[in-house]
Design a protein around this ligand. Structure first.
Ligand SMILES: Cc1cc2nc3c(=O)[nH]c(=O)nc-3n(C[C@H](O)[C@H](O)[C@H](O)COP(=O)(O)O)c2cc1C
Length: 222
C-alpha cells in the first residue's frame, strides 16, 4: 500500500476482534509515529497505553460517569459552544449519518445511551491509547500531536490494525486522571481505540464520511 492509498483507505474502526495487540506491536507503532514533525522537534506527545485490567477499570469508571450523568469536563477548550455555520453543518451531517445508519433518535435517551456506552467502552477495542501533553506549553503542541496521531493511524493500517480517535477519555478528564493516576500537569487530549478490525462489524460498514471539496477550504494567492 503506498502512502496515498493508505491516506484514502484509513477510516475509523468501531468494531474489533477479541485478539489482543501485543506490547511489541504497540511499541512498533509508537516507534513509527514518533518520526512525525514537531515545532523545534520538541515532540510534545505523551501516550498512556491502557490494556487488560486497567482498561476494564477505566471503562467501568467512564460508564459510571455516564449513568450518573456526571458533569463532562475537558482539560482544555475542546470545542466552542458557538461554531461558524459551515463547521456546525459538517458536524451535524456527521451526526445525522451516524444516527440514521444506526436507526437512533438522539433525543430518545434509551436509544442514545447504548451508543454513548459503546464509545465509553472504546468499542471493545483491546487497547486504548490516551494521548496527552504537558499543560501550559501553548496550543502549537496540538499541531504536532495531530501529525503524530495521523502517522499512528496510518502505521496502524499498515500493520493490519484499526484505530478510532475518541473523546471518551477526555470528556471525563477528571476521571481518567484519577483512574490512571495521571498528574494534573498533563493534559488529556483524546484517546485512540486500537485493535484488529472486525470487518463484519455493523459499525465498520457505515458509509464513509463526506469531505468538503478542495475549493471550499482553499484560497490561492498568485
Ligand atoms: C479528536 C477526535 C475526536 C473524535 N471523537 C470521536 C468519538 O468520540 N467517537 C467516535 O465514534 N468518533 C470520534 N472521532 C472520529 C470522527 O468522527 C471521524 O474521524 C470523522 O467522522 C471522519 O470519519 P473517518 O475518520 O472514518 O474518515 C473523533 C475524531 C477526532 C480526530
Amino acid at each position: 500500500m503506498n502512502t496515498i492509498e493508505a491516506i484514502k483507505k484509513r477510516k475509523c474502526i468501531r468494531g474489533f476482534l477479541e485478539k489482543p495487540v501485543s506490547r511489541k506491536d504497540i511499541v512498533r507503532l509508537l516507534d513509527i509515529a514518533r518520526m512525525a514533525p514537531s515545532s523545534h522537534n520538541m515532540q510534545p506527545w505523551e501516550v498512556a497505553v491502557v490494556t487488560g485490567e486497567a482498561l476494564e477499570k477505566l471503562k467501568n469508571a467512564l460508564l459510571d460517569a455516564l449513568h450518573n450523568r456526571a458533569h463532562r469536563h475537558f482539560d482544555y477548550n475542546y470545542m466552542a459552544k458557538e461554531l461558524p455555520n459551515h463547521l456546525k453543518a459538517n458536524g451535524d451531517t456527521c451526526n445525522q449519518i451516524v444516527f440514521e445508519y444506526r436507526g437512533i433518535d438522539p433525543k430518545n435517551w434509551s436509544q442514545l445511551a447504548p451508543h454513548l456506552e459503546e464509545n465509553l467502552k472504546f468499542f471493545d477495542a483491546p487497547a486504548e491509547l490516551v494521548i496527552m501533553t504537558e499543560s501550559g506549553i501553548g496550543e502549537g503542541a496540538f499541531i504536532d500531536i495531530g501529525a503524530f496521531s495521523q502517522s499512528l493511524y496510518l502505521a496502524a493500517l499498515d500493520l493490519g490494525l484499526g484505530t478510532c480517535p475518541q473523546v471518551s477519555v477526555s470528556q471525563y478528564a477528571d476521571i481518567t486522571h484519577s483512574v490512571l493516576n495521571i498528574p494534573e500537569n498533563k493534559l488529556i487530549l483524546f484517546g485512540i481505540a486500537l485493535g484488529y478490525p472486525d470487518e463484519s462489524a455493523f459499525l465498520n460498514k457505515m458509509p464513509r464520511m463526506p469531505r468538503m471539496p478542495v475549493d471550499k477550504f482553499t484560497i490561492f494567492f498568485e
